[in-house]
Ligand binder design. Structure first.
Ligand SMILES: Nc1nc2c(c(=O)[nH]1)N[C@H]1C(S)=C(S)[C@@H](COP(=O)(O)OP(=O)(O)OC[C@H]3O[C@@H](n4cnc5c(=O)[nH]c(N)nc54)[C@H](O)[C@@H]3O)O[C@H]1N2
Ligand SMILES: Nc1nc2c(c(=O)[nH]1)N[C@H]1C(S)=C(S)[C@@H](COP(=O)(O)OP(=O)(O)OC[C@H]3O[C@@H](n4cnc5c(=O)[nH]c(N)nc54)[C@H](O)[C@@H]3O)O[C@H]1N2
Ligand SMILES: [Mo]
Length: 693
């Protein structure tokens, strides 16, 4: 038998998905082709495994539907009919169209719209910010993921981050609060298990009995949006029963007396019904939390996607202050590590705010539908440049976004790997590289390892990475400043050159060889063991003067969102990465057909049963889905998978057609999970099924 003697080169890289795990990987390359990709066994967080999505990343790279050449629209917007054109033709035309928009309406009429589709230091945002910033194009608030949590936490503790997540192994009481770790943050689970093996109790608070909830020692099926109320009831018990660490509070917090007053109304018996948990269970939970040390709260996104999202985070952040949990290794709160990375890298050197035009308007990505349809926005959005984002699927009020994208006077360019639901509306679709075709530095929001993503193969077809796209556009626009043409390697070296002690010894060349290095945080790092909260008062603010000055409630508060019908939670799916992978058959077939899970009582009262096609509707739209009667949800709550699946009867609408743009209290985000829907029997035929005639 002939053996394959062709040389295998192994290249280390880092996953670029918007996921807390930012895995290290190793790609086997033979004759310029990637033949195998595995999790880096040497990466402490990755531990040699990838996930249900990235295990098949190479299928995505070599997928026959990948966009490999610039495409120009020939059909109606949304038809998805395009012809191949040269890069020259596309760039020249785009530059001419943008120049005309600027002349006629001003640069603010151009809206660059990007999200974290590629999450790396320079591919996510670098040359784009320099180019659009210097042109004076509209700025974008990117607040749909993480910003609300960060602002809410910051109101209490000054920052949106907490301890090193790996320190969870030292915790003895862990609260996974509105996060589905096993599905969304899989590589964190071994640390949770290790803590449990060392004696920790693992609690999950979630309105849905998720895979993670199934694994918990204690599962609290809370009513959606009631987390701040629960936290206030816990504080009521902690204060009433003398479980406050008064030494810690008196030294490191302000507003304790006002908080004592506020929690008076939150006795467990008074709030049990609205929280959806028995009063005695709230009592037991509060006491267990306050008396087991170290105790750790671990929230991610679930509780931010509610109308009261910022207040929910601001409120739960008071708990570890009252108990003094921050004193202990493995105690306090662990959320995104994003700020820990970005604070030590030289971000100004990468983004160059010094070259941006001042006084430019900012549009919020959550308002895309409204802004594109607006007849009063001045100037109107005349040109849209989408990259690293798929807003037709991921932003609320899908119908409004599609109406906006159909405008004949809107010039839309999308830089993508696949012909996404958004790209179908583009005037030009430009081919983007996959993560194994470009260079990037990869900070993580779920751990402290900094990765270097080395390109393993040459770009496929005529694909180019984001930085190269904006260098080419700058050239086509006749720009010549050197900072618009800086190389990727040079920008990464700049970022690493901040001189911050956590970057000591972490160089480009070391990362090139090793693939990843952990930030050099101090040993036994307990960020707030001795206070030092970066708030205005320098203390944890149980009462917040800055919130009061903004006309907001200076104290934590409950305010549970309500509405008519079933409260719809549209959660992350195992086989999709937000909307990514949804065009790949393997992933779609594993995820099935669009479905809605509801409680048996709610199904019965609506005359629907498992397997029935149902019409799910809200004030802003409707989709067809398959009914699944489920024990995972309580009466009044429904669940649908977000991201990959569209209407079960074949229309192109997805779950965000049901989700209205409900703003969060503050932080500029979206109350995605405060959508209220009705479910009714439907006689629509399933997608692909032949009709009776
Ligand atoms: N497989 C997979 N992994 C992913 C993603 C993906 O699409 N697929 N997306 C990535 C992204 S962008 C992010 S931001 C992270 C998010 O990671 P997570 O925060 O873990 O994910 P979510 O599904 O947004 O929400 C977490 C949980 O919050 C629950 N929840 C909803 N409302 C409430 C509430 O009011 N109270 C409480 N206590 N819980 C509530 C939901 O039921 C859900 O189980 O996941 C990342 N990882
Ligand atoms: N109903 C509901 N809606 C939600 C959520 C929810 O839980 N429920 N979750 C919200 C959250 S937490 C998030 S983060 C958002 C996510 O919203 P988006 O960021 O819009 O999500 P993705 O679907 O991941 O879209 C990213 C796109 O970037 C593309 N891409 C990948 N790499 C590159 C690259 O190198 N260059 C370019 N140009 N493109 C690239 C991918 O192919 C993909 O189409 O969705 C939000 N929307
Ligand atoms: Mo997200």
């Amino acid at each position: 038998m002939a053996t394959d003697t062709r040389a295998v080169t192994q290249i280390k890289g880092a996953c670029g998905h918007d996921c807390p795990d930012t895995c290290g990987w190793v790609v086997d390359v033979v004759d310029g082709e990637a033949v195998k990709m595995v999790g880096d066994p040497g990466h402490p967080f990755t531990r040699g495994t990838l996930c249900a999505k990235v295990n098949h990343y190479l299928e995505k790279v070599y997928h026959p539907d990948r966009v490999l050449y610039p495409l120009k629209r020939v059909g109606a917007k949304g038809d998805g009919r395009f012809v191949r054109v040269s890069w020259d033709e596309a760039l020249t035309d785009i530059a001419a169209r943008w120049t005309r928009v600027v002349e006629q309406h001003g640069a603010e009429a151009i809206l660059p719209y990007s999200s974290a589709g590629v999450q790396g230091l320079i591919q996510q945002n670098s040359i784009d910010m320099r180019l659009f910033g210097s042109m004076g194009c509209s700025l974008l608030d990117r607040n749909i993921c993480g910003a609300v949590a960060a602002t809410g936490l910051a109101a209490t503790i000054g920052v949106g981050s907490g301890i090193d997540p790996e320190d969870i192994v030292h915790s003895r009481f862990i609260v996974l609060w509105g996060t589905n770790t096993i599905v969304t943050n899989l590589h964190f689970w071994p640390y949770v298990r290790e803590a449990r093996e060392r004696g920790a109790t693992v609690v999950v608070i979630d309105p849905i009995r998720t895979r993670t909830a199934e694994q918990a020692d204690w599962y609290l099926p809370i009513r959606p949006g009631a987390d701040a109320t629960l936290a206030l009831a816990m504080m009521h018990v902690i204060i009433r029963d003398g479980l406050v660490d008064h030494d810690y509070v008196s030294r490191h917090a302000v507003g304790y007396d006002a908080l004592v007053e506020r929690v008076r109304d939150y006795a467990p018996t008074a709030v049990a019904e609205s929280v959806g948990l028995p009063a005695d269970e709230i009592e037991r939970f509060a006491r267990a939390y306050a008396t087991t040390s170290p105790s750790l709260l671990r929230p991610l996104i679930g509780i931010e996607h509610h109308r009261n999202g910022a207040m929910q985070f601001r409120t739960i952040a008071c708990l570890p202050v009252l108990t003094g949990a921050w004193r202990h290794r493995g105690g306090g709160l662990a959320r995104s590590t994003h700020a820990l990375h970005f604070n030590v890298l030289d971000m100004d050197g990468v983004l160059r705010p010094d070259v941006w035009t001042l006084g430019v308007r900012t549009l919020n990505m959550r308002d895309l539908g409204r802004d594109l349809c607006s007849t009063t926005l001045a100037p109107p959005v005349k040109a849209l440049m989408v990259y690293g984002a798929n807003p037709v699927v991921t932003i609320p009020d899908q119908n409004a976004i599609i109406r906006g994208l159909q405008r004949e006077d809107l010039f839309t360019v999308v830089h993508e790997l696949a012909l996404t639901d958004t790209a179908r509306f583009a005037d030009y679709v430009l081919p983007a590289t996959s993560q194994i075709e470009h260079l990037d530095l990869s900070p993580a929001w779920g751990h402290l390892y900094l990765g270097l993503n080395r390109p393993a193969i040459a770009p496929r077809g005529e694909a180019i990475c984001n930085t190269e796209l904006f260098r080419r556009l700058a050239h086509a626009l006749g720009r010549t400043e050197a900072w618009l043409f800086e190389s990727d390697e040079s920008m990464i070296r700049t970022a690493l050159g901040s001189g911050h002690p956590w970057l000591d010894g972490i160089t480009y060349d070391r990362l090139w060889d090793e693939g990843h290095v952990k930030l050099r945080r101090p040993d036994d790092w307990r960020p707030f063991a001795n206070g030092g909260f970066p708030t205005r008062s320098g203390k944890a603010e149980l009462y917040s003067e800055p919130l009061k000055e903004q006309g907001l409630d200076p104290l934590p508060a409950g305010n549970i969102p309500t509405g008519h019908g079933l409260q719809l939670i549209t959660g992350k799916a195992l086989h999709f990465m937000n909307s990514s992978y949804s065009h790949i058959d393997r992933h779609r077939s594993r995820a099935g057909t669009l479905f809605i899970e509801l409680h048996a009582d709610d199904a019965r009262s609506r005359g629907v049963a498992t397997g029935d096609m149902v019409r799910v509707s809200s004030d802003v739209g409707a989709v067809q889905a398959v009914c699944q009667v489920s024990t995972r949800v309580a009466p009044g709550v429904a669940w649908m998978p977000f991201g990959g699946l569209a209407d079960a009867a074949g229309s192109d609408r997805g779950v965000n057609a049901l989700v209205p743009m409900t703003p969060t209290d503050w932080g500029g985000g979206v109350g995605y999970y405060d959508a209220f829907v009705e479910v009714a029997p439907s006689d629509a035929a399933p997608r692909g099924a032949s009709s009776a005639q």
